[in-house]
Design a protein around this ligand. Structure first.
Ligand code: URA
Length: 509
């Protein structure tokens, strides 16, 4: 007699266990059973021609087999392996345990070794699923909804998705795979047939992953073999961050060299005069552009920090290269990043209004930023501004230094704390510094004032007006120091402050 056992793919372990319990209780030998799942290819035509098959008895016999717990847990892993032979191999092991034929669970036994290898491969596959599933948010009204596509090596979606059910219990999500789809809706996990990769639109989390990956990527620590074994290439096509890997690897050697060069030339704080300290943060001379245009061309390709991985454009300064007045903001915003010009978004508009009121023609000054790339956090479809950190400002000082060196303004206006830090090296809060002149790292005068975005952020109308008036007064004061003072009562004299171009130390910048 020969038996055919066909098991459902969902809740497969429970189904196999029930069938194996019946088969062993009737002392049906392994070679008498043809095990398969509903989705295995149907070869009953060929087999049926030689042997008549029948289903297993519907109920267990009187005999009850006992197995060690280790077998149950091994079987609970092996069952998800993609090999069609796994169901038969497990029953073979069960039969031998029951017949006391050696130790089919041990590594020394060929069957035991095979089962243990399968279990290990399944465990690895589940681990990779937890690490490499990348959800994309699907716009929805109520609970947040996410969807992901994943291609596991084995049939591991069912055991693997319990982890997601615990971790993302407060959201609805779906993981689609070629064989099965897991859906978690209103706290209930269900499984449905799999199929083709569904259309899941990209969302901002792609950029977030890419940004995160680019930020943790350390070119000095690239170990390609370890990287490939942790993140095998077959998973790359579904991982947003891996799009960056080829470029990051290409650039890794050069970045390490730059890191070494920068590290070697950085003196201890306070050990050198300001101008030397400023110069010392710059990379070695061969890359030194010799004109403002050459500096801009080089900046357009800047990869000195990781902001270049997500910003759309380098936003270089604009205005007249002969400017006596330079205004430095923090960094381009969303609008500037897309358009490539500084101060064109809402904060830029406010600045331009205030400048117009102070009679400052934007084309007669140099308008630029401390950081030339937009730093942001993706949130839904929006890119939310993030303050640049110290290191990013310091990296970008190279470009600001070149602008200062070629333009040689008489006075620089620092708009906000990032610009003030970039220009003076002093990170103290602006409260006590605003409206004052400090000496910049380049040796020239720097007038500290509010950033126009601070005016926009202020929710209290009176406070916003006060900030705007202060900004406007500071601009008027700057103009009076560097050109014809505007008419008006709010002009504060700069008498006594040094504002002469002779104070600029631009050599070597
Ligand atoms: N804020 C800045 O600091 N600079 C810009 O260019 C735009 C907004």
């Amino acid at each position: 007699m020969s038996y055919a056992v066909s098991l459902p793919e969902r809740r497969l372990f429970e189904a196999w266990r029930a069938a194996a319990r019946i088969a062993i209780s009737h002392r049906i030998a392994p070679e008498e059973i043809d095990w398969k799942t509903f989705s295995d290819p149907d070869d009953s035509q060929t087999k049926g021609g030689l042997f008549a098959t029948s289903p297993l008895p519907s109920a267990p016999g009187a005999y009850q087999a006992h197995v060690p717990q280790a077998f149950i847990s091994l079987a609970g892993s092996v069952i998800w392996h993609s090999s069609p032979g796994r169901l038969a191999a497990l029953y073979q092991a069960l039969w031998r345990i029951d017949q006391r034929q050696g130790d089919p669970l041990s590594q020394a036994d060929p069957l035991g070794r095979r089962l243990n290898l399968m279990a290990k491969s399944v465990g690895r596959d589940i681990h990779k699923m937890h690490a490499f599933v990348r959800f994309r948010e699907i716009p929805a009204g109520g609970r947040r909804r996410f969807a992901a596509w994943f291609e596991p090596e084995h049939d591991t979606l069912e055991p693997g998705s319990r982890f997601f059910a615990k971790r993302f219990a407060d959201m609805d999500w779906m993981i689609a795979t070629p064989r099965l789809t897991a859906r978690f809706e209103a706290g209930h996990l269900g499984f449905h047939p799999g199929g083709e990769r569904p259309e899941i639109p990209e969302d901002a989390s792609e950029t977030l992953w890419a940004t995160y990956f680019a930020n943790i990527f350390n070119p000095a620590r690239v170990k390609l073999d370890a990287m490939r074994s942790e993140m095998p290439k077959k998973y790359w096509k579904n991982l947003p961050e891996t799009r960056l890997i080829p470029d990051m690897l290409k650039d890794a050697e050069a970045r390490v060299a730059r890191m070494h060069a920068a590290a070697a030339s950085t003196p201890r704080p306070g050990s050198a005069p300001v101008s030397t300290r400023y110069r010392a943060t710059l990379p070695v001379a061969p890359e030194l552009p010799d004109t403002l245009d050459a500096a801009r061309d080089a900046a357009l390709q800047c990869r000195r920090c990781t902001l270049c991985e997500t910003a759309t454009r380098t936003v270089w300064g604009e205005g007249t290269p002969d400017a006596r007045l330079m205004l430095v903001g923090e960094q381009p915003g969303d609008h500037e990043d897309l358009g490539g010009r500084p101060f064109t978004g809402p904060a830029g508009q406010l600045l331009r209004d205030v400048m117009a009121a102070a009679d400052i023609d934007p084309s007669s000054v140099w308008l630029t930023n401390a950081v030339k790339h937009f730093k942001f956090t993706p949130r839904g479809k929006q890119r939310l501004h993030q303050n640049p950190d110290r290191q990013e400002i310091e990296h970008c000082r190279w470009w600001l230094g070149l602008e200062l060196a070629f333009i040689r303004p008489e006075l620089v206006i620092a708009l906000g704390a990032s610009a003030a830090f970039a220009l003076t090296g002093n990170a103290a809060p602006l409260g006590d510094r605003r409206g004052r002149i400090e000496t910049g790292l380049h040796g020239g005068p720097v007038l500290i004032t509010w950033h126009p975005a601070a005016v926009l952020r202020q929710t209290d109308r009176a406070a916003a007006m006060a900030l705007r008036t202060a900004l406007s007064n500071d601009l008027a004061m700057a103009l009076s120091a560097c050109g014809t003072p505007p008419d008006g009562e709010n002009v504060v004299s700069l008498e006594g402050t040094e504002c002469a171009s002779s104070r600029f130390h631009s050599e070597g910048l």
